[in-house]
Design a protein around this ligand. Structure first.
Ligand SMILES: Nc1ncnc2c1ncn2[C@@H]1O[C@H](COP(=O)(O)OP(=O)(O)O)[C@@H](O)[C@H]1O
Ligand SMILES: [Mg+2]
Length: 358
């Protein structure tokens, strides 16, 4: 259980003061350079950057949660999440500036613990928001709530990238530079995402349709493999479900899902093309709304994540688009009602774009 967090007037003022300070956006290339330097000095400087930057970003999160629209600030789940942020903020503030190997090591341990504290946060928030929406009879997020979640969850991605990178700088892995895979292969990541989504599919619906990977299957680029995996995993879960719902009972052979990998000088684009029956435009208008789902709603608790189920939270597509946008990419869904859906994932391969802030 969590302890109650008392926000004293001093702590409140401190949060307000830091939330008003300018935050420093990073580029994928800058993160890569820190890791490529590969020496203790660079890691220590990065730790010092985090020591300055994190209290600002965490203070912004606390303030955002206090300003959550539709009177949800008093919602229990939202308060739980806010308390986590206050606690993480305080821990950063109380930790001495890392200046040597010992303080840097304890700083890294603190970061790992903080990352762990927040790991189920999206599910906890989604649950609180869904309870609220059920009470008020809303089916999709209001414009204000949608804008809030986009900006809140995008800055969460940024925080987790910065923290995850620091922890990963201490792990020796061939071809990895912190959390960046210097030679990320969309084909390999797609194969892994298809295997993971397939396992969930089998538990829920039955055998998944075959997946074909076409185009530039040997392409490699600098990216965060975890992000690419998350996006392809969400898109494939959706396609699997659509194909099985559309053909499952009648077809002896399911139509394949085609993943096409393309790469130019600037962009890497991946198309996921299914014949799952598509959706009408009235539905496509809503699919980027948090909480919109045509699946049976899932029951989930604090410890259980969306990843256990094929669908039902209605966060897959909007989150996927946020991960794409975070480093300057985007996601588009084009559907042919009665036939199938194409998802176009565009990613910037140059790595010199700053984090997107909403
Ligand atoms: N490939 C697809 N084919 C048909 N419908 C889709 C596809 N992808 C998404 N959808 C529709 O969009 C909705 C929202 O998707 P998502 O945000 O991933 O949430 P969830 O999967 O939890 O329902 C789905 O419930 C479904 O109705
Ligand atoms: Mg989904």
């Amino acid at each position: 259980m969590q302890s109650t967090i008392i926000i004293t007037p001093e702590l409140h003022d401190e949060i307000e003061r830091l939330a008003a300070m300018p935050s420093q956006a990073v580029t994928l290339r800058a993160l890569y350079e820190v890791a490529r330097a590969g020496d203790d000095d660079a890691t220590l400087r990065y730790a010092q950057f985090l020591h300055r930057e994190m209290p600002i970003r965490l203070a912004v999160k606390v303030r955002q949660l206090e300003q959550i629209p539709d009177g949800m600030a008093n919602n229990r789940s939202i308060q739980t999440v806010r308390n986590w942020y206050v606690q993480s903020f305080r821990e950063f503030q109380q930790h001495p500036l890392p200046t040597d190997a010992a303080t840097e090591a304890s700083f890294t341990r603190m970061i790992a613990a903080i990352t762990d504290r927040h790991k189920n946060q999206v599910a906890v928030m989604a649950r609180g928001i869904r309870a609220y929406m059920e009470q008020t009879g809303q089916h999709v997020a209001s414009d204000q709530l949608q804008a809030f979640l986009d900006s809140f969850l995008l800055s969460r991605i940024g925080i987790r990238v910065l923290l995850g990178h620091h922890v990963a700088l201490h792990q020796e892995r061939e071809g990895w530079y912190g959390i960046i895979g210097a030679q990320t292969s969309p084909r390999e990541v797609a194969e892994e995402a298809a295997a993971n989504a397939g396992a969930i599919c089998r538990r829920t619906y039955g055998d998944p349709p075959p997946v074909r990977i076409l185009g530039r299957t040997n392409l490699r680029f600098k990216y965060i493999p975890e992000h690419l995996h998350l996006m392809l995993f969400e898109l494939l879960k959706n396609s699997f479900r659509a194909v099985l719902q559309n053909h499952g009972k009648v077809a002896t052979k399911l139509p394949p899902i085609d993943i096409v990998i393309a790469g130019g000088a600037e962009d890497v684009s991946i198309k996921i093309d299914d014949q799952g029956g598509g959706m009408c435009r009235r539905t496509t208008d809503k699919i980027m709304r948090y909480g919109f789902t045509t699946a049976e709603s899932v029951e989930f608790d604090d410890g259980r994540l969306e990843h256990d189920v094929l669908a039902g939270l209605g966060y897959g597509l909007p989150l996927c688009r946020l991960y794409a946008r975070y480093f300057g990419g985007d996601l588009q869904i084009v559907s042919l009602d009665g036939y199938g859906t194409d998802a176009f994932l565009h990613l910037s391969r140059l790595g010199n774009l700053h984090e997107t802030v909403l």
